[in-house]
Ligand binder design. Structure first.
Ligand code: FAS
Ligand code: PHB
Length: 395
């Protein structure tokens, strides 16, 4: 098989890139390790930044999002049972973010691929990248035992944190920056009406988060120790612990019900540099991971793909390689901004096992400052909404 761009991974990054390239007339093939059903079964992100919504709208991918998404003016922070405060993104930035599940977005991206006949190969085994330092790189895999090969001009590694693409980068080229947090998030999905706002809670018992997927589908999380096992957390225990971490009147407003999904996600901050080597580009979780505290993971995948699609379109349509050469530095500026604010919010809102009295007091006074200062709230609102995408440099 031959194509112009081989995309490894059919998650949000890979499938969005396939559609943006198609719209620019660039040929591509997506190669995915799992089945379509497996990809669509994942329950993950839930908050889309205004920039993400804009990319989807301008590329005709937001029809269902505009119908079913839940626009928010901002998010609320409550702490240790005290009076909470609202980070008003709309007042500070004139923009709104949208609560819309990654699962729904994945369905929309698959629907676009089906409509336009984009080639997505599923259940590809033992995917390998070859020749990324040559003008004819290749992706090889096995399907039902049969060896397969795709010749291409470029490879987009959109295969997530555990994928093959980052591993194909030469060890003497790749630099990795990582911070692993000493706790995880236990999340549930329940067919119950959510709270009206997205509410982050800092409490001596630990962090909690109230979010939603629709007016009848709630998404909640509690911070748990790393060694936690799901079987230790029947629904009753989850609801009791969640309510204990919110102020009384908010806890009383939480509607409990059966969990239809329950999972534990570890938290880490991770960045791989550079995001391009030779004919290989990295985009999305293949290049970076953020703790979900800032709701940045999915949104960073979108901004990487926006920059990469723009760069490849300029190359194939106008013969310009300047954007391809600038891709890694351009993407990393926004990646590090989101990585930093996700790290900041994780430190601000969680209880760390080794926290000293000093750390505790400093955290409380940071929250008090944030609550009292419109300037601090404006800065957080700007970063929670996500920095604007950079215009293409001239040349
Ligand atoms: P993905 O990991 O989504 O997709 C990569 C794709 O590549 C997958 O389909 C995988 O099967 C495939 N693949 C892997 N190895 C391969 C190989 N060798 N060959 C071919 N294909 C391969 N973000 C938020 O903003 N908010 C959240 O609440 C949130 N919760 C999360 C919970 C969990 C459990 C996880 C794991 C992530 C969560 N994230 C959250 C982050 C998540 O949403 C990612 O940022 C988002 O999925 C990134 O999309 P991709 O880069 O496409 O990577
Ligand atoms: C979610 O709705 O899943 C969600 C919302 C905000 C976050 C993380 C996850 O920071």
């Amino acid at each position: 098989m031959k194509t112009q761009v081989a995309i490894v991974g059919a998650g949000p990054a890979g499938m969005l890139l396939a559609e943006l390239l198609r719209q620019s007339g660039v040929a591509c093939v997506v190669i995915e390790k799992h089945s379509r059903a497996h990809v669509l079964s994942r329950i993950r992100a839930g908050v889309l930044e205004p920039g993400t919504v804009e990319v989807l709208r301008t590329h005709g991918l937001a029809e269902r999002l505009d119908r079913e998404g839940h626009a928010h003016d901002g998010m609320k922070i409550v702490w240790a049972g005290r009076e909470g405060f609202f980070i008003d993104v709309r007042r500070h930035l004139g923009k709104r973010f949208v609560a819309y599940g990654q699962t729904q977005l994945q369905e929309d991206l698959y629907a676009a691929a089906d409509r336009h006949g984009t080639v997505v190969i599923h259940e590809a085994e033992d995917v390998e990248l070859h020749g990324i330092d040559t003008p004819r790189p290749q992706v090889r895999w096995r399907r039902g035992g049969e060896p397969m090969r795709l010749d291409c001009d470029y490879i987009a590694g959109c295969d997530g944190f555990h994928g093959a693409a980052r591993r194909a980068m030469p060890r003497d080229v790749l630099r990795e920056y990582e911070k692993v947090y000493p706790f995880g998030w236990l999340g549930i999905l329940s067919p119950t009406p959510p709270l009206p706002d997205i509410v982050y809670a800092n409490h001596p018992r630990g962090f909690a988060l109230a979010s939603m997927r629709s007016p009848t589908l709630s998404r909640y999380y509690v911070q748990v120790p790393l060694e936690t096992r799901l079987e230790e957390w029947p629904d009753e225990r989850f609801w009791e612990e969640l309510k204990a971490r919110y102020p009384r009147e908010m806890a009383d407003a939480i509607v409990t019900g059966p969990s239809i999904e329950k999972s534990i996600a570890p938290l880490r901050s991770f960045v791989a540099e550079p995001m391009r080597h030779g004919r290989l580009f990295l985009a999305g979780d293949a290049a970076h991971i953020v703790p979900p505290t800032g709701a940045k993971g999915l949104n960073l995948a979108v901004s990487d793909v926006f920059y990469l699609a723009r760069a490849l379109a300029a190359f194939y349509r106008e013969g310009r390689s300047a954007l391809i050469d600038a891709y890694s530095e351009t993407a990393l500026r926004r990646v590090w901004s989101s990585v930093r604010v996700s790290w900041y919010l994780t430190n601000l809102l969680h209880r760390f096992p080794d926290m000293s009295e000093f750390d505790q007091r400093a955290q409380e006074h940071e929250l008090a400052y944030l609550r009292s200062s419109p300037h601090a709230q404006a800065a957080l609102a700007e970063q929670y909404a996500g920095l604007p995408f950079e215009d293409a440099p001239p040349g």
